[in-house]
Design a binder for this molecule. Structure first.
Ligand code: FAD
Ligand code: EGO
Length: 463
């Protein structure tokens, strides 16, 4: 029998914890190293987004490690978006059929579920308060700083870099020859606010992704299990900076999101706004994702994206699934699997980074409530007319596992089709209009011969 291979998973966030499960199932001896302390024993967890939208790709990946049901049972389905306009009018638009919905899941709970599942699997050890300080990717050597201050050195067969958007593993890859890398901070930052329960009940309709589309200013809300909603406000940093006092906050919200003020509560709004600074949003693309047969990056470490599609975690989870599929296909041979993973996955990850950025730009420039509703209705209408040929972009991204780069190509083709259909429709209207006008004119002047001639012509064409 072959000697058991070891893997060091760096990062115990969503993707790292999932990878620990997958790699244990593949027979690896897994050591997971996480810089923070064990979130399962923490009182409050500071930082990034409280809840996330889980969709098809993420669920498929959870399913293969047997965790889908457990995660979904704690999630809240969102069957439609609820568009809030400036007057506070609410308009729901379904995502599709009743089986097409996204799920609001608690980030912390999801991470805890994944860590516990990993820990229960054979040959998995979790090491918290281990921060990666340096590494030698070719030799499989890593050194961590323990919370106490001591350094820990380890050598491993495979380094799995899942240490997020500011990845230390990736920083080492950047120094290597012919490594492609780009990153972009967008002008927008985000801030989270809370809508508490009202009289012990959800203060807004529960099974929706609430959206306040206001071009540059965008706000969304996802439901939590405790009957609150987490609101996320996206706006340019310079606008965040211009709001300096409690009165400024109130003026801003009354102007842009008036219906949300009583829901959040005036006092709580003023307090929360100044409690934490807005956080930045970064988009990172790189390639390849591996170093020989020794190291590979996945999740935000490989492809951080702006959150305007709700796909970052879903894509990171799908990475784990795709890697596992390639392991299966190539018989766990790391010298073949790692390069193949880079080749297969980077075009798709780049595609969703681009789609997310494109969505950001489009929403920022032109999407207010009316435009949002119009676009989604046109999409639904076209899909109803041509269910196979026209599938809305959001549907392909969120409710299918069509490869992201294929999604882009399909969307382009659909756009051409729609453009041509509109042109054809306009041409037909012009011809039809001309015909009717000719009939009307000839009738008016009572020129029967011409009327007959036109009718004959029409009969000829229609035959
Ligand atoms: P992370 O979750 O960042 O985990 C990385 C882990 O590595 C952390 O635990 C960190 O402590 C650890 N680490 C870092 N450095 C070191 C080191 N040197 N040594 C050891 N450990 C280290 N995605 C969706 O699919 N749906 C959504 O609705 C959605 N909404 C979002 C909203 C916002 C505002 C943001 C910012 C993101 C959103 N995302 C969403 C994206 C999602 O949060 C990320 O894609 C996902 O968390 C990536 O998981 P990860 O495990 O790769 O990275
Ligand atoms: C015209 C109309 C062009 C994240 C609408 C583009 C994103 C975009 C951030 C929503 C849903 C999960 C999200 C839709 C569009 C999460 C999402 C969407 C936001 C912001 C988000 C939709 C967390 C874009 N999905 N989405 O179709 O409902 O449409 F609004 Cl700011």
């Amino acid at each position: 029998m072959e000697k058991q291979k070891s893997v060091a998973v760096v990062g115990g966030g969503l993707v790292g914890a999932m990878n620990a499960c997958y790699l244990s199932s593949r027979g690896f001896k897994v050591d997971l190293y996480e810089a923070r302390q064990d979130i399962r024993t923490m009182e409050i967890v500071r930082g990034r987004s409280i809840n996330l939208a889980l969709s098809c790709r993420g669920r498929q990946a959870l399913k293969k490690v047997g965790l889908e049901d457990q995660v979904v049972k704690d999630g809240i389905p969102m069957y439609a978006r609820m568009i809030h306009d400036l007057n506070g009018t609410l308009r729901p638009i379904p995502y599709g059929k009743s089986d097409q919905y996204i799920m609001s899941v608690d980030r912390r709970k999801l991470n805890e579920t994944l860590l516990t599942a990993a820990e229960e699997r054979p040959d998995v050890t979790l090491h918290f308060q281990h921060k990666l300080i340096s590494c030698d990717l070719e030799k499989g050597k890593l050194s961590f700083k323990m919370n106490g201050g001591a350094d820990v050195e380890v050598t491993t067969d495979l380094i799995m870099g899942n240490d997020g958007a500011y990845s230390a593993i990736r920083k080492h890859m950047v120094k290597r020859p012919r490594f492609n890398y780009s990153q972009e901070y967008i002008p927008h930052g985000y801030m989270e606010l809370t809508v508490p329960p009202h009289n012990g009940e959800f203060a807004m309709a529960i099974n929706y992704l609430h959206i306040w589309p206001r071009n540059e200013y965008m706000m969304i809300a996802l439901p939590n299990q405790d009957k609150s909603f987490t609101l996320t406000l996206f706006m340019p940093f310079d606008m965040f900076d211009q709001i300096k006092t409690g009165d400024d906050v109130m003026r801003f919200f009354m102007e842009k999101f008036p219906d949300s003020v009583p829901l959040i509560g005036e006092e709580s709004l003023k307090e929360t706004y100044f409690k934490l600074p807005p956080l930045p949003l970064v988009s990172v693309k790189c390639s390849p994702y591996h170093v020989s047969d020794k190291a590979v990056i996945m999740g935000d470490a490989a492809h951080a994206m702006v959150p305007f599609y709700g796909q970052g975690m879903n894509c990171g989870f799908e990475d784990c699934l795709v890697f596992d599929e390639i392991m299966e296909e190539l018989g766990n041979d790391l010298s073949k699997v790692l390069p193949e993973f880079s080749v297969v996955r980077s075009p798709d990850a780049h595609a969703i980074c681009d789609l997310a950025m494109y969505n950001y730009i489009e929403m920022r420039e032109s999407v207010n409530s009316r435009w949002f509703l119009m676009r989604k209705k046109v999409d639904a209408c076209l899909h109803a007319i041509m269910p196979r040929v026209f599938i809305p972009l959001y549907t392909m991204v969120s409710f299918s596992r069509i490869r992201y780069h294929v999604v882009i190509n399909k969307a382009k083709k659909q756009d051409v089709l729609v453009d041509n259909s509109i042109q054809a429709l306009m041409a037909l209207t012009a011809v039809g209009g001309g015909y009717l006008a000719a009939v009307a004119i000839s009738r008016h002047f009572n020129i029967n011969s011409i009327t007959d001639w036109i009718h004959n012509m029409a009969d000829q064409i229609l035959k």
